[in-house]
Design a protein around this ligand. Sequence first.
Ligand code: ATR
Length: 277
Amino acid sequence: MRKYLVIGNPIGHSLSPLIQNYWIKKHHLVESIYERKKVEEKDLKNIIEEIREDEIVGVNITVPFKKLIIPFLDELDFVAKETQSVNTLFKINNKIVGYNTDSAGFWDSIKELYPYNKNSAMPKPLVGKHIFILGAGGVTSSIIFALKSKGANIVLSNRTKEKANELKKLFPEIEVLDWGKRPSACNIVINTSSVGLIKDEEVKIDFSDYDKNFHKNTLFYDLIYNPKETIFLKKARLRGNKTMNGKMMFLNQAKYAFNIWTNILPEIDDEVVKLLD
Ligand code: ATR
């Protein structure tokens, strides 16, 4: 049996098994199964040993272990190193390697909105764009990495300012604002905080001035996809802004993890999208 796991704490809400087992079946990977497992920090060492002994083939890591797993690994891929965040494990040449597929998964979810201009002297698609990121949790560094590598200007704000300042050590080019404040100009506003996971919870930052016609291309993006539309997104939609939830990022990071383990890049078809509804 080829066994795959997603580990985290809590883990009961994880929809990764639904998606990964759908692709396992679709691609006829017999004798393969993907399960979720709630673990404590003290269990991380054992998980790595199980990969080493081929008892587990591949692992996804979720909150709160994306950084905590790093000391147990033999190698990190480039993005995992830059973000200090790992969401996928696989053994290659007897080395346990940590990958970050969140960052590429996030970019895949918005790249059609910001196409490369090959004729431009500065072909990075987000040069001149102002991005405001709310929250400084486990996945925020992946979002920052994706955006800064496309040339964006990034402003970050988090309730606990020290955590935003920690991210500034990793990415010195970002600007940190006190919680509650916001830059005047934003092309994209991204909620990476957990505010909105509970119904009726709301990010208390006022964007009511974004109701003018020229703001209709401003994208409000919430990494949360359950609920499908947080208050943050609902207000943006009603103002006439573009909105997106975290569903496509989730599917795309899963696609790249599946690719690392199986060499197959699965298609994000309507059926797999519907699995998350
Ligand atoms: P972790 O930090 O363990 O990775 P996370 O769910 O990825 O957990 O991150 C939670 C994020 O949501 C943090 O940025 C957190 O802010 P703090 O660093 O101040 O805790 C943010 N968050 C959670 N509840 C919040 C609230 N009520 N108001 C503002 N931000 C909140």
